[in-house]
Design a protein around this ligand. Structure first.
Ligand SMILES: C[S@@+](CC[C@H](N)C(=O)[O-])C[C@H]1O[C@@H](n2cnc3c(N)ncnc32)[C@H](O)[C@@H]1O
Length: 248
């Protein structure tokens, strides 16, 4: 059974607090969003599909930049309710739908986007094939996910922390990198299920399905991000996120 952690009330409240109370000062606003937006091509008159759209902030952003239509889907009813409340515009549609079922969507898109949601998906190859089939000729897929260095390690009960800070550097304790599969990680006091894939599994799946690679990004923090949140300097030691841009 697939986990739907964002419909867990306590988890959602904590996530919502992190996104809203720390608005402008969290890793989404300072790292993920600017790097993601940098990769997205001109969206004018393009049809966009956002997978795991959450609150729909990206759907609204790209609609306002001139996209002709945006469909945002998410597994969580909490997320889609918030998206409809806060980020609904004409020609944006939000649907509660697992991305494992996008093969049921009957229209085609010019750009498929997904921010920080693919690490929740077990069958990556099926997802990538389904996206390929939903894209128009020359269409783009741009996604971000937790970096494989972050999803990798299964911590033994004897080890309490996966890192040590020595001389102001983050030394990561890394294991299990080539053990692809389910990870159970504590976040917001809940056990969250994610899937680890090593770098070659991600890239070779995209190539096998037929995508051509445009860009891979493992970003370093901006000066502004470090000024606002000094611990982001540790992203020079290991990145939080992986960004991928490919086209059909
Ligand atoms: C970290 S949040 C990111 C939300 C949004 N993309 C953003 O960047 O603000 C991950 C989102 O993925 C959604 N999600 C997780 N598994 C999913 C699935 N199988 N199908 C569709 N959405 C899923 C969650 O409900 C959640 O809204």
């Amino acid at each position: 059974m697939r986990q739907n952690i964002y419909d867990n009330k306590e988890f959602y409240q904590e996530y919502d607090k992190m996104r809203k109370e720390k608005k402008g000062n969290n890793a989404n606003d300072l790292i993920e969003i600017p790097n993601f937006r940098h990769l997205v091509p001109n969206v004018e008159n393009k049809k966009i599909l956002d997978l795991g759209c959450g609150y729909g902030e990206n759907c609204k952003y790209y609609k306002e930049l001139g996209a002709s239509k945006v469909l945002g889907i998410d597994l969580s009813t909490h997320m889609i309710a918030e998206a409809n409340k806060s980020n609904k515009l004409e020609n944006i549609e939000y649907k509660v739908m697992p991305m494992e079922e996008i093969d049921k969507i009957e229209e085609k898109f010019d750009i498929v986007l997904s921010s920080l949601a693919f690490h929740y998906i077990k069958d990556f190859k099926k997802l990538i094939k389904d996206i390929y089939n939903l894209l128009n000729k020359d269409g783009y897929l741009i996604f971000s996910q937790e970096h494989p260095l972050v999803t990798s390690t299964i911590l033994s009960e004897n080890i309490k922390s996966n890192h040590q800070i020595i001389d102001n550097k983050w030394y990561l304790l890394l294991a299990d990198y080539n053990r692809i599969g389910l990870r159970k990680k504590e976040w917001n006091d809940q056990i969250v299920e994610k899937y680890h894939r090593n770098f070659s599994e991600i890239i070779n799946t995209l190539i096998e399905v037929g995508f051509k690679i445009d860009n891979i990004l493992e970003p370093t923090p901006s000066e502004d991000a470090i000024k606002k949140v000094p611990k982001y300097i540790y992203q020079y030691d290991r990145p939080y996120f992986l960004f991928v841009k490919v086209h059909k």
